[in-house]
Ligand binder design. Structure first.
Ligand SMILES: *Cc1c(COP(=O)(O)O)cnc(C)c1O
Length: 361
């Protein structure tokens, strides 16, 4: 039996350190916004060669607080890919802004820069890009458009910790880089956690206020804030795992290269283009008989996932919020995509075995 993911095995190499950290934590008795959060923020910023990182409660909040920090008027429009995880779109809706869906490039699954201009109106205020599956978006043309039209750029980096485009890390291109440390992400906590990378002292201060009831000084509230603090214990755990992020990504890349080399041409594999360093949060293939393939693998005790089974424009929750133009590129991806096991918890042998079974389909 090969599960899609196994968090117990994934975190086993860190077990000793995690246990010791928990003992220290218990000993210290400081649970909210302590030294661990402050140190993790410094280390996470330093990893990105940036000055500012602010820990928040989860990835959705990282997106919401980034938008809130911009102070957009309600009803303004935000461009977002039509094939993202629903969180990206929910963040826009929760800020009383209008999501405007733009189709992805069918080869990369990421927002198609050539399709963005047609979506820009005089009400557009931001582009929210998503570096899906661990591959960065084609950032140069996006940043150029943003500059011309004075749009803020917010990066959803929930699947792209350590991913690079032209040697620059995901999360460092736009005004804000929003991260999730949900346990299955490439850098995963042992619970919910998130962070935002930002570019100015002013934004940093505002984000710190927003995450903590709008207060800079205890019981003095300058803005309408939230309770979205990065948990002290999760920050402590993340400090143990951050130094191993590159090792985790290297392992996932090695597993991906096994699929790349061994899977036959009936499967459409992720595109590798020069200038992109993919971290394979998800190793996805496209197949015309996706559902039958998933069933076949399941009969061989191999668990797979679908990211995602229902496109945002088909979600009942979003029915009143999105203009449903059908979005054929996104619909095609949603109908044919299958995510194969490709975790830090998997071995090269397991991937060779899975590739062999796949080729017999
Ligand atoms: C996981 C994920 C999120 C949300 O992160 P949470 O920490 O679960 O809130 C947002 N966007 C994308 C693309 C994700 O994969």
């Amino acid at each position: 039996m090969i599960p899609y993911e196994n968090l117990k095995i994934l975190n086993r190499p860190f077990e000793e350190k995690l246990k010791n950290k928990f003992s220290d934590f218990l000993e210290k008795g400081w649970y909210i916004l302590g030294n661990e959060v402050a140190e993790f923020e410094k280390e996470f910023a330093a990893y990105h060669q940036e000055q500012y990182a602010v820990g928040v409660a989860n990835g959705l909040d990282a997106l919401i607080l980034s938008l809130k920090c911009c102070g957009f008027k309600s009803g303004a429009q935000v461009i977002v890919p039509s094939n993202t995880y629903i969180a990206t779109i929910l963040a826009i809706i929760h800020c009383d802004l209008i999501p405007v869906l733009v189709e992805p490039d069918a080869r990369t699954y990421n927002i198609d820069p050539l399709a963005i201009p047609a979506a820009i109106t005089d009400r557009t205020v931001a582009v929210m890009v998503v570096h899906l599956y661990g591959q960065c978006c084609n950032m140069d043309p996006i940043l150029k458009l943003a500059k011309i039209h004075q749009l803020k750029v917010i990066e959803d980096c929930a699947q792209a910790h350590g991913a690079k485009y032209k040697n620059k890390l995901a999360g460092t291109f736009g005004d804000f880089g929003a991260f999730s440390f949900y346990p299955t992400k490439n850098l995963g906590a042992l619970g919910d956690a998130g962070a935002i990378i930002c570019k100015s002292e002013e934004d940093q201060q505002r984000l710190r206020q927003l995450r903590n009831y709008g207060s800079e000084k205890k019981y003095h509230n300058g803005v309408i804030g939230y309770n979205s603090r990065l948990d002290e214990l999760q920050a402590a755990f993340l400090r143990i795992k951050l130094p191993h992020l590159d090792e985790i990504n290297t392992h996932k890349r090695k597993l991906a290269s096994i699929y790349d080399r061994h899977l036959n041409d009936s499967f459409i594999k992720p595109k590798q283009e020069p200038g992109y360093a993919n971290v394979y949060h998800i190793y996805n293939i496209l197949h015309p008989e996706r559902d039958r393939l998933k069933q076949y693998l399941s009969e061989h005790d191999i668990t797979t996932e679908i990211h995602y089974p229902v496109a945002p424009h088909d979600q009942p929750a979003l029915k009143d919020h999105l203009k449903n133009f059908g979005y054929p590129v996104s619909a095609h991806i949603h109908q044919h995509t299958l995510s194969l096991p490709c975790s830090f918890a998997h071995t090269e042998e397991q991937i060779h075995y899975i590739a062999g079974i796949l080729n017999k389909f």
